[in-house]
Design a protein around this ligand. Sequence first.
Ligand code: GLN
Length: 487
Amino acid sequence: MELVNKSLRELHTLIKRKELKPSELVEAVLKRIEETESKLNAYITVTDEKARRKAKIADEELTKLSEDEIPELFGIPLSIKDNINVENVRMTCASKILENFVSPYDATVIKRLREKGAIFVGKNNLDEFAMGSSTETSYFGPTKNPWDLERVPGGSSGGSAAAVSARSALASLGSDTGGSIRQPAAFCGVVGLKPTYGRVSRYGLTAFASSLDQIGPITKTVEDAAYLLNVISGQDSKDATSAKIPVPNFLEALNGEVKGLKAGLPKEYFVEGVDPEVKENVLKVAELLEKNGVSVEEVSLPNTKYAVETYYIIAPAEASSNLGRYDGVRYTYRAENYRDLIDMYCKTRAEGFGDEVKRRIMIGTYTLSAGYYDAYYLKAQKVRTLIYQGFQNAFEKVDFLITPVTPETAFKIGEKTDDPIKMYLSDIFTIAVNLAGLPGISVPCGFDSKGLPVGVQFIGRAFDEETILKVADFVEKELKLNTVPEL
Ligand code: GLN
């Protein structure tokens, strides 16, 4: 356990000094996966053989390199959400339709991690095509929350968050369309960062809702999140929406200098329906910051109440278009018996997609269809602009916002599966951030009386990940929570 508890920076130092071999580290992570997987189901694919082979090569290379030639992720094993392409590794998106699909290429984030020497140990479980908030819509079965195996780890990046929490991954990459990095991070007591839209290339991330999707780190600490963000950020010619904006060294932002910052508490995020214990823990963070020289004032984001509805028009609309490509001709799954081409399309999709994905495709097709487009999709886009403007107004007064990540802590497996609306509401505090394209980070800030982790969310201005990382790191170091579950 000792090795897997260390930070990426510490591991890098040990490897650099040649006090630790990549193969030892890979073995430590694989051992942990072996110990925990039967309980958690956090991985869909474990690439143990590949990882061992790469580690051996890295061991040899290490003997030939001098300290300053060793890149920051050299020999460090990572896990990846199974909707991000890793060359020659199966990528299922937790679906039946892609059950046997093998990625022909690396996503840009993977290429960047590889260039810095990272090794990949496996692909993490998720909700099918990242649609969900509990990892229960996975074709490969639900992931369990390491804090309570009867509860969900959140979703859709539930496998990544559970693995990092249980230390069966040193760190992972997830994707966040409406909360899928931050919400599972909060449920599992780990750190989850959704970068600004455009900060990280989406090339090689399986598209769910292209105007909302963003890849980001799920890690044990804020420092680890900054460490990975440094590597994966930056413009990419393969993603036209990736921004041509300089990438700072995010680690330098973690200097504890929070004094003088201005924080906003959006009153719409502390309304009835939020678990009092969640509220209490989050407000304690605001107090802590205030004691340390941060000014805290109430702000208003009046259109927050429309965020979930707006999202559930825009995201399914984009999904219905993006998922049109799974037609039985391209990719892998095809129905066995069919009369003609149309019948083949229909049967393949009927058999290959799960209920939640079908629900989204149907809603999206409906809201985009002639006669309904103006009433739903166009209207939703207008409300989206209003939500964005609400944040802009708030950021004229304050530097960042403090909110809960979720209205409640991890819920029981099966508790919301029969009621999609209930499930959708668990993202009520994360979704607006995606609609506005802003950065948001989820950091553990306490436990409720059931012993389940509570997360606090910091939301920043576009391309100002530095402020929220700085604040998150400060809070993490002040609170000194023991966030390792006993499994
Ligand atoms: N839970 C939300 C949904 O079901 C968000 C998912 C995500 O961020 N990928 O769409």
